[in-house]
Design a protein around this ligand. Structure first.
Ligand SMILES: *[C@@H]1O[C@H](CO)[C@@H](O)[C@H](O)[C@H]1NC(C)=O
Ligand SMILES: *[C@@H]1O[C@H](CO)[C@@H](O)[C@H](O)[C@H]1NC(C)=O
Ligand SMILES: *[C@@H]1O[C@H](CO)[C@@H](O)[C@H](O)[C@H]1NC(C)=O
Ligand SMILES: [Zn+2]
Length: 285
């Protein structure tokens, strides 16, 4: 029952907020991050909110009320006591060589995938089961891009990783629907996923786009193909905090070399929203 209400509400908000969702090529039209969610460009002159003010986003603009009143807000603390997901297991269909643009979303490294305007179903996809019993169905979502938050948004048993990689997926109409989160920490060996990237772009160079081809599967392979994960019903982690977004958070971390981690951090600004209270998130349900 609640689920339906949340979805309707989310859809209504999307309808209001979305038209230019998917395309991140530089253009003056992409300046409304505060209305449309985290995968958008942020330009410092547009920004009405900041991560270090994330306790009080609801008071900045009536359009951000959900940041304060929502019952499925992200991120939330995750623990091993909650167990891991036994259902909703994703099946990935990611091509090995996809093209797009590497850039900085003003808070860290990011990448957006090439696709025809308004068409999403040709993008790398994954499928998972949503709903229960008679209302259960297989849902397919399409990846439009990824970006990095530092430090991580999600803690595990109170531990916060250095960074968190978000693979953002939309439904066939381009509404944000699933975020796949991979926690990043330094270790000894270089990560093949990060080794394939062009040189990092500074947070000060948000107008820079570097065309690049990459293998999106590498990050998954480096975390055991996401065989262990938490999943829950959550929201965007930036205003207006839309709900109706399902999160998948991998248990295994992706380890970079120390040099790679320093490169990631050097182009990052603080981008972790204050943790939210667990409420109607239906963790692993
Ligand atoms: C990946 O695709 C691009 C563009 O289609 C192509 O130029 C490049 O050679 C391909 N790389 C690999 C490793 O297949
Ligand atoms: C979803 O797809 C899987 C694999 O094809 C299948 O086993 C399952 O029954 C499907 N679930 C629904 C609700 O259709
Ligand atoms: C980023 O840009 C600001 C404003 O131009 C400048 O003051 C600052 O030194 C730059 N920071 C870095 C790390 O380049
Ligand atoms: Zn994010």
């Amino acid at each position: 029952m609640y689920y339906t209400t949340a979805l309707l509400l989310a859809n209504a908000l999307y309808a209001y907020a979305c038209p230019q969702h998917s395309n991140h090529k530089v253009s003056g039209a992409l300046n409304k991050r505060q209305q449309t969610g985290e995968e958008f460009y942020v330009r410092p002159d547009d920004q009405q909110w900041a991560y270090d003010a994330s306790y009080d986003w609801g008071s900045i603009d009536p359009a951000y009320e959900l940041c304060q009143t929502g019952s499925q807000q992200s991120p939330i603390p995750l623990t091993l006591n909650q167990g891991l997901a036994l259902t909703h297991r994703p099946t990935f269909d990611y091509a090995e060589n996809i093209t797009g643009n590497f850039y900085n979303w003003n808070y860290g490294a990011a990448f957006t995938l090439d696709h025809p305007e308004g068409e999403y179903t040709g993008l790398p996809a994954f499928t998972f089961e949503e709903g229960y019993g008679d209302s259960g169905r297989n849902e397919t979502v399409y990846m439009t891009g990824w970006h990095i938050h530092s430090p991580a948004d999600h803690t595990i048993n109170g531990d916060r990783s250095r960074s968190e990689l978000h693979y953002v997926h939309v439904d066939e109409e381009g509404h944000e629907r699933v975020v796949l989160a991979i926690l990043l920490d330094p270790s000894n060996d270089a990560s093949p996923f990060f080794s394939q990237l062009p040189d990092m772009v500074s947070f000060n160079e948000t107008g820079t786009q570097v065309p690049a081809a990459m293998n999106l599967r590498l990050a998954l392979e480096e975390v055991g193909d996401l065989s262990e994960f938490w999943t829950y019903k959550g929201s965007l982690t930036s205003p207006p905090c839309h709900e109706g977004v399902r999160w998948f958070v991998g248990r295994q971390r992706l380890y970079t070399s120390r040099t790679q981690m320093k490169q990631i951090l050097a182009v990052s600004r603080f981008a972790a929203r204050e943790e939210q209270q667990v409420w109607e998130h239906e963790i692993n349900v």
